[in-house]
Design a protein around this ligand. Sequence first.
Ligand code: FES
Length: 232
Amino acid sequence: MQVTLRVFRYNPEVDRRPHYQIFEVEAEETDLVLDLLNQVKWYQDGSLGFRRSCGHGICGSDAMRINGVNRLACKVLVREVGAKLTVEPLLGLRVLKDLIVDLEPFFESYRSLLPYLVNHDPLPSGERLQSPEQRARFDDTTKCILCACCTTSCPIFWGDEGYVGPAAIVQAHRFIYDSRDHAANARLQILSDKTGVFRCRTTFNCTEACPRGIEVTKAIQEVKRSILFDRF
Ligand code: FES
């Protein structure tokens, strides 16, 4: 089938403003949107800028807006979106070139929440054990691949770059409820700040956008409740 691909283009070094470019691409219904972009880059216009790596929904690098919805280009089949599609960069972050956005503010928020295990006990001789129930407590948020689909679908984040955003909260959640971790209080302290979880207005955009099916809004609500009611 013939697919008409409308692609956001912007090179701040030469363009005064963004524009859209149309590409006609021959594709199978079972091709991925990422395949279309690769076809354009390899055979029609090598200057097209977009990120991708694994091609299998694991690395999170090819998040973009496909027909207005945040998706991973490597997880969307042509038959899902039809013969005409528009591909644009994620919202709320500066465009570096075409479909590539500056993810540094996103990762800065992520790093601010201590996204690693903190444990002050003496080093054990073996693994730090936990029960299946303890592991299940944070299982959902271990699935995050840091693609930024959730954060850049959040209207609060669009209007306030200071808000840490859903992905950073998901990553904090993963450690706050880990029975082996000792830094829950520090993370909750950071998240109780004006740039933290209480900026969330429960729009559920983040949950709908997550390509891993994480219940992002639920995780955010759990963190809010811990700040208000739990003693760690
Ligand atoms: S290329 Fe890795 S998630 Fe799509």
